[in-house]
Design a protein. Sequence first.
Length: 99
Amino acid sequence: MAKLEPALWWEVRRAQNSKAATYRCPFCGYHLHATTEHMLISPEGDSSRRRHAHRECVLAARKQDRLPLREEWIATQPRPPSLLRRLLRRGETGRDGAA
Ligand SMILES: [Zn+2]
């Protein structure tokens, strides 16, 4: 059965492949031919783990929120405190400890 590895976000782009190869779509488990229009998806942008997938399967997964893009994932993350705030906070704890 088709299996998609867990990843925080995915890089999704159109595949351009003229090589006569057959891949297995990680969404539906069916084969796809490299010469047909399809998509490349890379977990966290790691192209060494990229998978070839049907365009329709990728679009369906995107609709179901199963394939967040990097900027979508970043938007869900809490904002890290600014460097200045971190430095100020460290100064405060230092004072508390010294007392
Ligand atoms: Zn598919």
